[in-house]
Design a protein around this ligand. Structure first.
Ligand SMILES: NC(=O)C1=CN([C@@H]2O[C@H](COP(=O)(O)OP(=O)(O)OC[C@H]3O[C@@H](n4cnc5c(N)ncnc54)[C@H](OP(=O)(O)O)[C@@H]3O)[C@@H](O)[C@H]2O)C=CC1
Ligand SMILES: Nc1nc(=O)c2c([nH]1)NC[C@@H]1CN(c3ccc(C(=O)N[C@@H](CCC(=O)O)C(=O)O)cc3)C=[N+]21
Length: 306
């Protein structure tokens, strides 16, 4: 059977399309009411995974009717210059959302940058004041990849209450928020990282295994419980035997698919949903901004107000 027709593959495309169709309707209404959504992406330096992401952001934003603009800065820029650029975007009423692509060069403290984005324009919920919302079970605007990964797990129909979940990788933007989202849903969560004594011993106990490390083929078949759901979040660029460049995840898909009941392909799994959720979050940010506008000016309709 061709791999693409295997029902064990949890595909992101259909979920992403559903989300984008809803965003498109919302965006059209908002635009007609004088609030056109606009998303700004900030890239500092060069990273393969970021290039893939930004390319897809541009394409899907266009499909959804959201204005998209990329600001690229050289790796030599200072943190102060970047903060000034972010403050300019905060003050621009035409800008709905700002996403800072990670990683940024080591000399720039990422937390300072995330803190510079106005919380109302923070479409990833990464401002230190916003990320805490998921601890309080406020889940309507979560980091996009974390939300996308959980959305894909839900596609299996597994009951998340009491589910044994293991997450490999504990970054601020992926592993940690996945843990909080799943705890909110009632799962029992174990988080592994580079100091974990035996990732394999933990991983083998998981009914659902999330992997966000950035190492191709880190997870092999003998690390997976038969019947588990495996959510592969890694986006790694690799040179194929024929010399072309391709994207692979963190899971050795070929062997793991023989053991797992569900597995997310890379590409075509979590990635497309991440992009869709970023656009949905942009609309959430816009509706929060509109609520403030209405509270201030007494109408939600900017055209009617002018
Ligand atoms: N599909 C999508 O939408 C997205 C994909 N990604 C991809 O996901 C991957 C991870 O991204 P991100 O979280 O930002 O990466 P980070 O580099 O920030 O985090 C990697 C994590 O993996 C842990 N780790 C490193 N080596 C091991 C190991 N051998 N065993 C167990 N844990 C280990 C690290 O632990 P420690 O900190 O303790 O060293 C860290 O918590 C990348 O491939 C990235 O491109 C990222 C975002 C979105
Ligand atoms: N602040 C921040 N937030 C992120 O969420 C973030 C980031 N920085 N830095 C880079 C990583 C990587 N990432 C991807 C998201 C989607 C695809 C994606 O669309 N992937 C398609 C690729 C298809 C193709 O090849 O075009 C797929 O997997 O099918 C890829 C990569 C988000 N990241």
């Amino acid at each position: 059977m061709p791999l693409s027709e295997d029902s064990r593959y949890l595909k992101g495309g259909p979920v992403a399309q559903r989300i984008i169709a809803a965003v498109r309707e919302d965006a059209a209404i908002a635009k007609a009411e004088g609030f056109p959504p606009k998303l700004i992406s900030i890239t500092v330096g060069d990273t393969d995974a970021v290039d893939v992401y930004v390319r897809n952001q541009r394409a899907k934003a266009e499909l959804a009717g959201i204005d998209f603009e990329e600001r690229r800065f050289p790796a030599t820029i200072t943190a102060g210059e970047l903060e000034a650029a972010i403050h300019g975007l905060n003050a621009d009423p035409r800008v709905t959302g700002i996403i800072i692509q990670r990683p940024v060069p080591a000399h720039i403290p990422i937390k300072t940058l995330q803190a510079a984005v106005h919380p109302l324009k923070d479409v990833e919920g990464m401002h230190p004041a916003s990320i805490g919302n998921i601890v309080y079970n406020q889940l309507d605007l979560a980091p996009c990849t974390a939300a996308a990964s959980v959305e894909l797990l839900k596609e299996t129909g597994l009951d998340l209450k009491g589910l044994e979940v293991v997450i490999v990788g504990h970054s601020e933007i992926v592993g940690k928020p996945i843990a909080f989202l799943l705890m909110s849903e009632g799962a029992t969560v174990t988080v592994c990282h580079h100091m974990t004594r035996s990732v394999a011993a933990h991983a083998r106990r998981a009914d659902a295994l999330f992997v966000a490390v950035g190492k191709p083929r880190l997870i092999k078949a003998d690390m997976v419980k038969p019947g588990a759901a495996v959510i592969d979040i890694g986006i790694n660029s690799e040179i194929a035997p024929d010399g072309s460049s391709r994207i692979v995840g963190d899971v050795d898909t070929e062997s793991v698919r023989e053991v797992a009941s569900w597995i997310t392909p890379v590409p075509g799994g979590v990635g497309p949903i991440t992009v869709a959720i970023l656009l949905r979050n942009t609309m959430v940010a816009l509706s929060r901004q509109r609520a403030l506008y209405e509270a201030t000016y007494g109408t939600a309709d900017r055209l009617a107000a002018e």
